[in-house]
Write a new protein. Sequence first.
Lengths: 353, 477
Amino acid sequence: MSLLTLPNVVAALVVLSLNAYAVMGGADYGGGVWDLLASGPRKKAQRALIADAIGPIWEANHVWLILVVVLVFTCFPVAFARLAVVLHVPITLMLIGVVLRGSAFTFRTYDSKRDAVQRRWGTTFAIASVVTPVLLGVCLGALASGGVGEADLARGFRSVLLDSWLTPFALAVGLFTLVLFAFLAATYLTLEAATSARRDEEEALHDDFRRRALWSGVAVFAAALLVLLLAGAAAPRLRAGLTEGGWALALHLVTAAAALTALAALWTRRYAVARIAAIAQVSCILWGWAWAQFPYVVPPSLTIAAGAAPPITLALTLIGVAVGFTVLVPSLWYLFRIFKGRETAFQRVGEHQ
Amino acid sequence: MPDLLAARSQMAMSLAFHIIFAVVGIGMPALMVVAEYRWLKTRDPVYLDLAKRWAKGTAILFAVGAVSGTVLSFELGLLWPRFMQMAGPIIGMPFALEGFAFFTEAIFLGIYLYGWDRIAPRAHLAAGTLVAVSGALSGVFVVIANAWMNAPTGFDIGPDGTPVHVSPLRAMANPAAFSETLHMVLAAYAATGLVVAGIHAFMLLRLRRGAGAASSASTAASRVSASVPLVPDALAFHRRALAVALLVGAPAAIVQPLSGDVSARFVAHWQPTKLAALEGQFRTERGAPLRIGGWPDEAARETPFALEIPYALSLLAFHDPHAVVRGLDDFPRGDWPPVRVVHVAFQAMVALGTTMALVSLWAAAVWWRGGRRRARRDADARSVDSPTPWEAWPWLLRALVVVAPMGFLAIEAGWTVTEVGRQPWVVFGVVRTSDAVTPVPGLIVPFVTFTLLYCGLGVIVVWLLYRQIVKTTGPRP
Ligand code: HDD
Ligand code: HEM
Ligand code: HEM
């Protein structure tokens, strides 16, 4: 059996988009977590740095989620319908989080600069940033554990609508997602140019986030362990996929190497290396989950091949996405060069000297 | 509240909310780009100020558009999983393309909003242009998907009731796609342009009143200028804003009725039940009259209180005064849409659209005459800041103020016509709305939750815009 079938390629595209969402959009949620946890003498400066980092890019990063949804309903319509029915409650709650996060962030930017007003929007933004990724993780956990696939609609809706995702395992995946996003954000923030701060203050800020990145990096290990432990009972197939076979071992080794590199680089203040390693770590985790779940879209029974749309739809979607990427990739590169590039940091230093 | 009704209400409420922000997301970038272009061309700093202020308002509206649009993408599944399971493979393609239009729009809007000092002026203008183009494109793609729901093509129904011979390209090229996308994009420019024109016409009227008071009594003038700044800056600001807004809005509003005629002929050909509901036409008739006003009575099967123009409906819908128009009586009762809602909404849209077109024509005529006169005068002496031709016509300014909200009202009315007129089908003639709804119970809970959430957002957005735009368009510090 060849792995390179049309449905598999499209499924990989879905995971790729989810991966992009995690490393770009995920960090924006993580920024909200650090806004909530801002502390110490530079509390205000920390929040300003986070807002500067997220401002220009969060709406673009957010579109990855929409791309995931669209690809799933176009290419795996049965899976989409199933997810939307069984996970109606957590998805609805997540959407409320999405709405509050995005609008409160924007309102804070454009409302009065008085402290009380700013804190009101800031708190809404920060709490929504914590709740939303947990619910996203819960949905993925419920899917991976087979909770979505096994839910029996005939058994009465109220139990299906809650029981399939209110499990220790799914909640642990939610927590894991949150910690992971916070870790990403803290790592990125060690590189963020503080446009409104002096040079020494910027270094102090970077140090604040270095400490946060190190702590949350350790928390990622703890949360991962918790997920793996709970998987034993809740998602044995997933755990088997994650622990058995040569590929699984290789993936674990790469993930562990990336994680240790990230921590070591943070420790030695090689922030650019830490950023790459953190991205690699998150990506490995996501692809590890995808690999463990393969060949199912909705475990335990709906396979990628069986759930896929007609080949013509898949082929046209692939072509459309390929054309789209030729526009998207240079545009994204341009966006990140303008706002995250090295030269902007240098420009600022020049201005202040 | 039955679950089906709750689901329909939630969908209608979410879309009615989103469309306002989506329309602004299509129209405002065009206004900003024109203003910024004028700034680069003339180096008149007021244009730069204008572009920057408009950009701030757009940023707020865009964010709400983005989050409410995200909710919609999920709601298609949360509320209509059986519809999406059937329609996804057929009509997912334009949604995927729309995704890339969103990417381009969001990326270059980020660059536009935060990049004033970071990139070269021409690159900045180019970024704005890309936002405007991709905004229009995202509207086009999603409306193509909706057009397919009105004119489903690109598949056959197999023996087990599921679609076979799926052809996403033929589905995208459905017969409603052209008329619907054209009408929608024009609607976006007309509505945004005229609402902005109305706001600035209002400010100009206020400034004129202030100026009148100032010349009559100098003590009164100082009091007036405390609340209404009388600086030439403010005057120059609103004059340029009015000109740019009319440039974008008026042409679209003038051609919109023609585009509406194209839409109506699509409906006449493909959705006879919708046409009959639009017109309150119960009996099949040769040489049917056009009804203006009227209050359809489904039980009695007639539309009393209407002004009837003989032969006009046959003429408009089929371009032949003796064409046969099928009435609702020709169709089973179970296939009728709610006639009264559709008819009244259609009347409202046409009345609003006619008013908008007439006022826009008036403004165009004044500009045409004023432009020629100004050219003659400018040959004599170059004035630093000459008044716009429209200011000589206070009644035109007042009319623009009255017309300001009409575009958005017409859009809501038009979508009511399209969507309620498609009932009882979600995919016209293929899938009934009642068969598409989710089996999840208790749908009134999310309906009420999202309604409250959106009401709150609406209030906050209005307040912030007021704060941002209206209160600060005085003199610059
Ligand atoms: C600025 C807004 C605006 C204005 C001034 C008009 N419309 Fe409109 N109309 C819309 C905004 C709109 C809309 C909201 O954008 C709709 C809903 C779906 C669509 O394609 O456009 C629409 C739908 C729509 C439909 C239904 C199409 C369908 O169901 O597929 C018809 C027949 C018309 N319009 C006809 C007209 C006529 C004859 C107008 C003459 C004055 C007019 N519209 C003005
Ligand atoms: C005729 C109806 C619609 C039009 C014209 C329209 C147009 C737009 C536009 C221009 C935007 C850009 C954001 C903004 O400026 O506010 C937008 C945002 C969005 N719309 Fe709509 N839309 C319509 C209906 C829908 C529907 C039915 C869906 C769901 C399937 C949808 C999904 C979205 C999404 C996901 C976004 C967010 C994109 C982002 O993050 O930038 N829209 N829409
Ligand atoms: C943004 C402008 C739009 C508005 C204001 C709007 C309005 C409405 C309304 C009033 C209903 C309820 C009809 C009823 O049940 O009587 C509805 C239903 C629906 N609309 Fe739209 N609509 C818009 C655009 C779209 C687009 C672009 C799509 C899809 C691509 C779409 C898909 C649907 C679906 C799936 C339903 C539910 C099924 C049904 O009631 O037929 N709508 N919409």
